[in-house]
Design a protein. Sequence first.
Length: 373
Amino acid sequence: MIPFNSPTMVGHELEYVREVLGSAKWCGDGPFTHRCEKWLEQHFGAKRVLLTTSCTDALEMSALLTDIQPGDEVIVPSFTFVSSINAFVLRGARPIFVDVRADTVNIDEKLIEKKITPRTKAIVVVHYAGVACAMDEVSRIAHRHGITVIEDNAHGLFASYRGARLGTLARMSTLSFHETKNISCGEGGALILNDERDIERAEVLREKGTNRRRFMRGQVDKYTWVDVGSSFLPSDVNAAILLAQLEKHDSIQTRRHEIWREYADGIAKWCAHHDVKQPTIPAGCEHSAHMYYLIAPSLDFRSRFMAHLKNHGVATAFHYQSLHLSDMGRRYGGREGDCPVTEKMSDSLVRLPMWNGLTREQVANVIAAVNSF
Ligand SMILES: Cc1ncc(COP(=O)(O)O)c(C=O)c1O
C-alpha cells in the first residue's frame, strides 16, 4: 500500500536529537528552539517568531493577542480544520462561517463584508493547500472596518502571493509542523508576529503568563506572574528535528513540486474525461506543493474512486467536513445550505498521497491507478 503520508528524515535529525539528549537542556527555549526561530524570522522577515507545540497553540495565542472577548464574532471559512476557529471560541467568540470559492477552496472574499457586524473582531483566513486567499481584497475589507486578520498558514509555508510570502500578509500568522506538513517535527507549530507591538505580550502568554523571558534577558531581576498565559513552548527535542528539516527545505520543496507536477500532467486527460477538477492556482500565486487534491463530480463518484485506488494499493483521504454542519457549528445556528460550496467540497474533494519520500515508481503507480478508474 502506498501510504497517504509518511514523515521522512532528510538530514541531521538523529544527530541533532542526540545533541539535545546529551546536553543538560531538554526543555523549551534551548539552542535549537532559538536556531529555528532565527531561521524562520529571516525567512519571513518577521518581527518575531515563537515556536509552539502546534498550530492549534499558535492560534490560541492569536486569540489571546487579539484580546477576543465573550460575544465577539470571528469570521472563518467553514471548510477548514476545527482549530482555525476553536481557538477563538475557547475565548468566548461566536464563529461566523463563510463559504469558500469553488476554484481555490479558499474563503470567498466577496461574501465577507456582508457578515461583518459591530461585534466582528477578527477574520481568520486559511490558504488552502498552500494557495493564497485573495489577500488584497481581504486586507482592504479588514482595514475599512478596523478588523484584525490572522493567517492560518498551516498549509502555506514557502508559498507566496504577488511576490510576498504567505504568513507575512497580516498582523500575525501561524504554522503547523505536524507530521502531515511539508516540514515536520511530529507535532509542532509557530506564531509569526509581523507587528512589533505584539512581541512582549506574546512572550508572556507563551511562558504561562510570566515575564520569564525578560528575566532570562536580564531585564528584570526576578520573574513573576504578569498576565494570563499557558505553556505553549515545545521541548528542544522537537526543535532539533525541526531544524534538521528546515535546513533541507530546498530539497523537500523541489521533490514535492516534482510530484505535484507529475500528478497534474499524468492525470489531466483522465480528469477532463471524467469531469474531475484539478487544483486552480490563480495568477500571482506560488503554491507550497502541500497537497494534491481532486474535486470529484459527486459523493458517489468519490467513494467508488477511493475504493478503486485502495484496491490498487493507493491510500487517499478526503478532507474537512463542513464546520457549520458539525455538532458545534449547529449550536451556533449552522444549517444545510448556508455554505453550499463548502458542503459540496466536503463530499467531493479527495487527496492523493503527497510526501517527499515518495519514489518515482510510487508516483507512477498512483497515476496509473487513477487512470485505470
Ligand atoms: C488549516 C489548519 N489549521 C490548523 C491545523 C492544526 O494544526 P496542528 O495539528 O499543528 O495543531 C490544521 C491541521 O492540519 C490545519 O489543516
